[in-house]
Design a protein around this ligand. Sequence first.
Ligand code: AMP
Length: 300
Amino acid sequence: MSIVVVGSVAYDSVETPYGTRERILGGSATYFSTSASNFTGVRLVAVVGRDFNEEDRNFLQGRGVGLEGLVVEEGETFHWKGRYEGDMNEAQTLDTRLNVFERFSPQLPQAYRSLPTLFLANIDPELQLQVLDQMERPQLTAMDTMNFWIEGKRDALLKLLPKIDVLLINDAEARSLAGESNTVRAARVIREQMGPKRVVVKRGEFGVMVCSPDGFFVAPAFPLETVVDPTGAGDTFAGGFIGSLDRDGTLDEASIRRAAVYGTVMASFTVEDFSLDRLKRLERSEIEGRYEAYLAATRI
Ligand code: AMP
């Protein structure tokens, strides 16, 4: 099986209590692809500027990520600047420069259109709609979004949601989208009134909640004493979650639960270092080792 992912490929400038980094590799699609490539084939659709490094391209290629849909345009790569303080559960966005994304009109390579799984990572929901329309008959369509779009492109988002099998969203964004102050109620309102079949709410160090037609599944985060940089945790979770579902090829409850644990495990690695540094040196055996440790820590 294989996943098409469309989202941002970025250079990020990040400040956390553990240090400051300028123009490090980031982006929703970058974290997603790197994480999902541990489970299944991934084809990336995005745009970068002329400043995009050969080294970063080679890294993605080396993971087996298909780059036929990675377009290079005149101009600069998307840039996000953020800061984490205190418990580091929420990023404070200091600056968002869309740059080449401002004029981006994604065109899926012909061979990608018939693939079974689509992940619409965090980008403008109008672009997400444009991509979804180009797919022939995906069996699983999932998406992520953020406040920037919930506030700025609500209509496009509401048009997209009924076409989605799995919406991944963080807790504050779920409350803002639903207009509810309780996260559990917000997830239910989104699922029942806005149309996605399942809602996965990411709650930072408190883990995730999967809201399905049959009820809830909750999974705590993997306990870590040190979180160096939470950037990309949500996208890395999504990569593990959707990657595992695509590999299983079913959406039954056991697969959903296994996927939630793989997503949690992948996210726990990302936050141990800046950018994709921890994922770059991650061995498959470490993923399985932490998966087993997680099961042992949550079993009654
Ligand atoms: P997260 O998994 O939510 O921590 O995602 C972090 C990544 O999202 C960063 O590497 C950013 O480059 C990217 N990002 C931040 N803001 C946006 C935005 N408005 N649209 C697309 N990607 C974004």
